[in-house]
Write a protein that binds this ligand. Structure first.
Ligand code: ZN
Length: 334
């Protein structure tokens, strides 16, 4: 049996001294699995388990020294915590470059923790690989039935059309997207057209790290090096005000996010249009993941975790939300 608890809002396997995507600094005696390098999954820890791209991106985003156990895809590594041994295997989660699911074996039980994941293939991540487990801890960001994304090729065509239409009007098309993951997918998508592509500096830095891992992109430059240039801009959503002063011409703004399925999304992001290209699983993919893992127990976390746990129970799974206060002290494994 592997005990799990939620401490300080973080998933904790106390018998193994192991935390999953903890945000705040954990005790020096403990290890932390970092599933990927989005900032809401990073923390300043003493000892971490992660993939090589996640380590590279973490070095860029986080100062300080730590012990890093860098694992290759699918190659198990054995760890000990006092008398307790456990075996970790990292599997591609399909979310962004280096994003990993953690497969754990200990004392005859198996556990799969998904981190952020996506089953559909995309240009900016390794293809997701799922393994059966007794216990599944899964993210459920889009865990309601209204979140079913359209075909990615259709969304990509709509984004290209948005860019061409606004270039023809003499405007600067601005695609609002997180600097790590979504932006690199958009950049690859823009290889299908000929206008120059201009990036925010942070997006530029993340793209350079992608290139260390054999990812190839069409030509791109930093917008700050070419103010007033014509082209298509990829820009972080929280920096929208800056682009308006740098552009030197009218802008047409589109938010690129799974939340684009919400009718108010474009107003929330102060955008003219919204496109639902996501690096998360949609509702149907969440259900498909549960089917593939075929667990005896499911814990849901993030987003619509309570609703999705109920959906799973209605389908006959033993499921409950992990990020609720009344879920403390749960037993994992069989
Ligand atoms: Zn993420």
């Amino acid at each position: 049996m592997i005990l799990t608890r939620v401490d300080d809002g973080c998933i904790h396997l106390p018998e193994l001294g192991l935390w999953l995507d903890a945000r705040s600094r954990r005790p020096a005696s403990d290890r932390v699995f970092i599933s990927h390098s989005h900032s809401d999954h990073l923390g300043s820890h003493h000892e971490v388990i992660l993939t090589a791209p996640t380590a590279d991106l973490m070095h860029h985003r986080l100062k300080g020294q730590r012990t890093e156990h860098v694992l290759e895809w699918g190659v198990p590594r054995d760890f000990c915590q006092g008398p307790r041994a456990y075996r970790v295997t990292l599997l591609p989660a399909g979310h962004i470059i280096g994003s990993a699911m953690l497969h754990l074996e200990s004392n005859g039980s198996t556990l799969l923790y998904t981190g952020d994941f996506k089953l559909q293939p995309s240009e900016a991540s390794e293809a997701c690989s799922v393994r059966p487990a007794d216990t599944l801890i899964m993210e459920t960001t889009f865990g309601r039935p209204e979140y079913v994304f359209p075909d990615r090729r259709k969304i990509a065509a709509d984004i290209l059309d948005f860019c061409q239409r606004n270039l023809a009007l003499g405007k600067l098309p601005v695609l609002l997207a997180y600097s790590l993951g979504k932006s690199q997918e958009l950049l690859k998508l823009l290889a299908a057209q000929s206008a120059p592509v201009l990036l925010h500096e942070e997006t530029w830095k993340c793209t350079r790290i992608y290139e260390r891992y054999q990812h190839q992109f069409p030509p791109y430059t930093k917008l700050k090096d070419t103010p007033g240039a014509t082209g298509i801009v990829i820009w972080p959503p929280h920096r929208l005000n800056e682009i308006k002063s740098l552009a030197g011409k009218p802008v047409a703004v589109a938010i690129v996010s799974g939340w684009a399925l919400d009718a108010n999304c474009k107003y929330r992001f102060k955008a003219d249009e919204a496109f639902p290209l996501s690096d998360h699983a949609d509702y149907l993919e969440l259900l498909e993941l549960a089917r593939r893992v075929a667990p005896k127990k499911i814990y849901t976390t993030h987003g619509f975790s309570t609703e999705f746990a109920q959906t799973l129970r209605d389908l006959g799974y033993d499921a409950q939300a992990l990020d609720r206060a009344d879920q403390l002290g749960l037993k994992l494994g069989v």
